[in-house]
Design a protein around this ligand. Structure first.
Ligand code: SF4
Ligand code: SF4
Length: 159
């Protein structure tokens, strides 16, 4: 069994290996517009964003992050509505060029891909899945996104 299949918990090729249809719809922003959403950060995410904003890693973490129940750094939310601090009033991302890997990997998260049924459910949130303009996303690309999401979710706790 391949390392990948062990990790995904199946001896069979995953249902999505032959590809799925998806396009990120311009000006959508629905996946960011979730009160209480949690974005875990890899160390690389945090360093890249701090560098982009021209502040030290320590300062960026102190001012823009909080910690999860087990001490992993996550993006802070706006106190007034629980949405991501980087979501603008136009539903765009103010750090789009350097956004966290978990954001880039959506909708290709493990919990969304674990079965065809969970993928169907994800469609309720993400209009890009099976959109009329969608293109086929190959299994290899999906694997890369899943791996990026896994690493980000592992997170980091100390600087
Ligand atoms: S919900 Fe889907 S289509 Fe909309 S911004 Fe997020 S990934 Fe793109
Ligand atoms: S960092 Fe950007 S892409 Fe990620 S949740 Fe916030 S607004 Fe959305």
């Amino acid at each position: 069994m391949s390392r990948w299949k062990r990790r995904f918990g199946s001896r069979e090729a995953p249902w999505w290996e032959s590809g799925v249809n998806f396009i990120c719809v311009p000006d959508c922003g629905r996946c960011c517009d979730e009160p209480g959403g949690i974005v875990y950060l890899s160390r690389e995410d945090a360093e890249r964003i701090a560098n982009h904003l021209k502040v030290s890693l320590k300062q960026w973490l102190a001012e823009n992050c909080r910690t999860s129940f087990d001490g992993r750094f996550v993006l802070e939310s706006k106190p007034e509505d629980g949405r991501c601090i980087y979501l603008t009033g136009e539903k765009t991302c103010s750090i789009y060029e350097v956004k966290p890997a978990q954001c880039s990997a959506f909708p290709f998260w493990r919990e969304n891909l674990v079965s065809g049924r969970s993928w169907e459910k994800t469609k309720a949130l993400c209009p890009g899945i099976d959109h009329a303009d969608a293109i086929e996303i190959h299994g290899d690309s999906i694997k890369l996104n899943l791996e990026a999401d896994r690493i980000a979710e592992k997170g980091f706790r100390f600087i």
